[in-house]
Design a protein around this ligand. Structure first.
Ligand code: ADP
Length: 305
């Protein structure tokens, strides 16, 4: 449904998006995860036809976004990071303004706008958009993105301005829209957001995709070279242990946490035994997805998607 080939965007000679190859199937909820400045918004802007790629191409439902931007716009909805509206218009007037672009007649527009305002709980709000809170603007943005009942929905950091209740409700909307068969592309820098909502995840850093797959696949991919955390507790103070596979170590009296490239528990045991220090406990921690994400963000070599 969404496909990019070598999608690249350069700003002043530096690549904001660098050779992105992506394929997202119909009905998928895809989480586009990466730290701020990774290239998420730039990718979305190219996918929705608002900026031109420097190189490469993207298609939505087989339609080339650059060649047929209007055809693409008919089947997509887009919620930007900070949705902008006419401050002097009400929610209804703002939505009506956008609905006219889709060529809906008055009756269709009124019906759709009423439905959507009810969905986002703005149906009884009389204020003009200029007086809205950020959360209300986000809700209105969500309604706007759904005006044309799109097949594909692009959501850029959609929960950034919502309160906790709003976030939960938003997740339910996404679930429902996905059950209706919509393809959803959700970008976020928050791991928990993406891992709760999305079935497949792509991690982007510095314009490049470093991993893609479902949560387990990402764990396996980024975890294969993963360092292991060894937690040790001893009867006496632990003397510092040196080994070429140790990446980091923290010593705190009779406790230590050693992060190593390989499982060096045997070597640690030998060393402590020779030093005459009794081991009370030694365990290995499996990396949380948070660790993996942070590690992925720091991965130097490119992982292919
Ligand atoms: P994200 O959405 O992941 O936070 P962006 O796509 O906004 O990241 O930005 C990616 C990189 O491109 C950043 O280094 C940003 O400064 C740069 N960038 C984005 N838009 C522009 C622009 N219009 N002109 C110049 N640089 C830009």
């Amino acid at each position: 449904m969404i496909k990019t080939e070598n999608l690249t965007k350069e700003y002043n000679g530096s690549k904001a998006v660098d050779g992105l190859n992506l394929e997202i199937a119909e009905g998928e909820i895809f989480g586009f995860l990466g730290p701020n400045g990774a290239g998420k918004s730039t990718t979305i802007l190219m996918l929705v036809g608002m900026i031109e790629p420097t190189e490469g191409r993207c298609t939505i439902n087989g339609i080339d976004v650059m060649r047929n931007p209007f055809e693409v716009k008919r089947i997509i909805g887009y919620l930007p990071e900070n949705a902008g509206f006419y401050g002097h218009k009400t929610a209804t007037q703002n939505l009506d303004y956008f609905a006219r672009f889709y060529g809906m007649n008055t009756e269709e527009r009124n019906k759709r706008i009423q439905e959507l305002l009810e969905l986002v709980h703005l149906e009884d709000v009389k204020q003009k958009a200029g007086e809205y809170s950020k959360g209300m603007l986000q809700r209105l943005g969500f309604a706007q993105a759904l005006l044309n009942d799109p097949k594909v929905l692009f959501l850029d950091e959609p929960t950034a301005n919502l309160d906790p209740e709003g976030v939960i409700e938003f997740r339910n909307w996404i679930k429902r829209l996905s059950e209706e068969g919509k393809t959803i592309f959700l970008s976020s820098h928050i791991l928990a957001e993406v891992s709760r909502t999305c079935k497949t995840i792509g991690i982007i850093t510095k314009g490049k995709m470093v991993a893609k797959g479902n949560l387990d696949e990402i764990r396996a991919k980024l975890g294969q070279d993963k360092t292991i955390n060894i937690i040790i507790e001893t009867a006496g103070a632990i003397p510092e242990f040196h080994h070429h596979d140790i990446m980091r170590a923290e010593y705190d009296g009779n406790k230590a946490q050693i992060c190593a490239k390989s499982d060096i528990r045997d070597e640690i045991s030998d060393y402590l035994f020779k030093s005459g220090i009794r081991i009370r406990g030694m365990r290995v921690e499996t990396p949380s997805l948070e660790d993996i994400y942070l590690e992925g963000v720091n991965v130097k070599d490119e992982w292919t998607a």
